[in-house]
Design a protein around this ligand. Structure first.
Ligand SMILES: *[C@@H]1O[C@H](CO)[C@@H](O)[C@H](O)[C@H]1NC(C)=O
Ligand SMILES: *[C@@H]1O[C@H](CO)[C@@H](O)[C@H](O)[C@H]1NC(C)=O
Ligand SMILES: *[C@@H]1O[C@H](CO)[C@@H](O)[C@H](O)[C@H]1NC(C)=O
Length: 477
């Protein structure tokens, strides 16, 4: 007998009570882990924090109406962070050591799963893409091609640029994205090799910009707020809670070990949907640990230091130069037979170190108050929340539209005005697949020339000049 049939025997309000009881049991069983998975900072799985719609509308992003202008997509540039990856060697070794240190204390039944835990991460430092990361990218490529189908379909693959960094995880992300992209355009059976360009210039500028390397990258003082928070009262409080749960002395572990446990809880949840390490923390703890991660990104890959944003200029330049060229090709187009080929799509596969600085360069997720070690509570609704903005497979897309005046929508005097512009180029910004205002614009759709003007310093910047570093004290020379 099914639950529904049984329920039909009860009077109305009892039925309601039983149903709400069932719902609440169901919720408490599922949200326990579901909530936690939203706080893994830059180790958050993309589809958990940005669940894809069940149905992706074909050509959803392909056209837009702006006043009397009808716009059609003419080009898109997307920057992706690689998909979910394995942890680096330091964290992998550190968690084994922590496990060894607390092993004898895991006497209660409650910690049996933790006692039996085995380190199953690769013992190399390749930070390779996980199967989950590959899926994230296949799906993302598929959704993008579907939403811009009319722009991309039947086009020569030569009109697309796939740019990857020198790391396996971005190259495999590019391959996976490309696979989903082709599937959406040409059906399941289609396979094609991706012709990619290696471009650490646009994707790993943080390793090339000397000023960044010396003043931020290698400079512990530059992420002072992270260290302060690490040894601050919120973290010490978690230390006390975890130590008492485990029945270990409070000085056995350091707060940085809590961070490793939290990261491993995140990685294992991505791999196996659960991890015994998560059982040591409650939701409040996760929020604190998330803030700790946000602080690191804010000062390394975000607004903390100006050079971080400035060094992204090779990427910004590459994107805008491609769009300038596309516009020039459209303007000089003679007739259909004589179409000037231009790049229809740029697809960049980079890192948190690529996308974070790009956000900061464009002025996205810019909190009025800087994130610091002592304003955790004030920052509870901060914009710079890495779980949301920099999860695995985080992505940003600019779509360039060619817009034509729709004469039917004009008044007679407007139509008679011979000087009026009949074609305009407009831009829209999508971050993690949601449309967002471009800073400096009134509307979601913005004149290309207006955006270009706002970012002209970045577009025309001289990388060697802005990254020049001669900060060494004289007596060291
Ligand atoms: C390191 O960072 C601090 C804080 O931003 C800064 O004052 C200092 O000059 C930096 N050190 C170097 C070598 O640039
Ligand atoms: C970010 O916000 C701060 C404070 O409101 C402001 O001074 C700064 O110019 C903003 N940065 C960008 C890139 O928009
Ligand atoms: C960029 O700056 C470097 C160093 O300041 C200079 O030598 C070079 O000529 C500049 N390049 C351009 C194209 O202006």
């Amino acid at each position: 007998m099914s639950a529904a049939m049984k329920l039909s025997n009860f009077p109305g309000d009892v039925k309601f009570l039983v149903i709400s009881l069932l719902i609440s049991i169901h919720l408490s069983l599922t949200t326990g882990t579901a909530n936690v998975q939203r706080y893994f900072g830059s180790k958050t799985a993309y589809e958990l924090i940005h669940p894809p719609p069940e149905i992706v509308i074909e050509d959803e992003f392909n056209s837009v109406q702006v006043g009397t202008f009808s716009c059609l997509a003419a080009h898109s540039s997307s920057v992706m962070r690689h998909g979910a990856r394995y942890p680096g060697l330091e964290d992998v070794q550190s968690i084994s050591k922590i496990h060894k240190d607390i092993y004898d204390k895991l006497t209660s039944d409650k910690f049996q799963p933790l006692k039996e835990w085995k380190n199953s991460f690769p013992q190399n430092n390749e930070k390779m893409l996980m199967a989950l990361g590959e899926e994230e990218q296949i799906h993302l490529g598929h959704r993008t091609a579907r939403r811009l189908r009319s722009l991309f379909v039947d086009e020569d693959m030569e009109n697309f640029r796939f740019l990857v960094s020198s790391k396996q995880r971005t190259q495999e992300s590019g391959n996976a994205y490309h696979e989903g992209f082709l599937q959406a355009l040409m059906g399941d059976s289609e396979e094609g090799d991706m012709d990619s360009e290696l471009s650490d210039e646009t994707l790993r500028f943080h390793e090339r910009c000397q000023k960044y390397i010396h003043t931020v990258g290698k400079n512990k003082t530059a992420i002072m707020e992270f260290y302060k928070f690490l040894s601050g009262k919120e973290m010490t409080n978690i230390m006390k809670k975890v130590s008492s749960k485990l029945g270990i002395p409070e000085d056995l572990l350091k707060t940085e070990h809590l961070r490793t446990m939290y990261l491993v809880c995140g990685y294992e949840t991505a791999l196996y949907q659960s991890s015994p390490w998560c059982s040591l923390f409650d939701e409040e703890d996760f929020k604190v640990l998330e803030y700790l991660s946000d602080l690191k990104h804010y000062y390394k890959n975000g607004y903390g230091h100006k050079i971080t944003a400035i060094q992204s200029c090779p990427l910004v330049t590459d994107i805008f130069t491609t769009m300038d060229d596309a516009i020039e090709a459209m303007e000089t187009e003679v007739d259909e037979e004589d179409l000037n080929g231009y790049v229809l799509g740029n697809f960049y596969f980079g890192h948190a170190e690529t996308l974070g600085p790009l956000y900061a360069a464009l002025g996205l997720f810019n909190d009025t108050l800087p994130l610091t070690a002592d304003n955790y509570l004030q920052q509870s609704s901060r914009l710079f929340r890495t779980s949301e903005i920099l999860p695995f497979s985080a992505n940003l897309m600019l779509i360039l539209y060619e817009c034509d005046q729709n004469d039917e929508l004009l008044t007679e005097s407007e139509a008679a005005d011979e000087t009026r512009e009949t074609t305009q180029y407009m831009l829209r910004l999508y971050v993690n697949e949601k449309v967002m205002k471009i800073p400096g614009c009134e509307d979601l759709t913005c004149l290309y020339s207006q955006v270009r003007k706002r970012f002209v310093d970045l577009i025309s910047c001289n990388f060697s000049k802005v990254c020049d570093y001669n900060g060494r004290p004289r007596d060291e020379l």
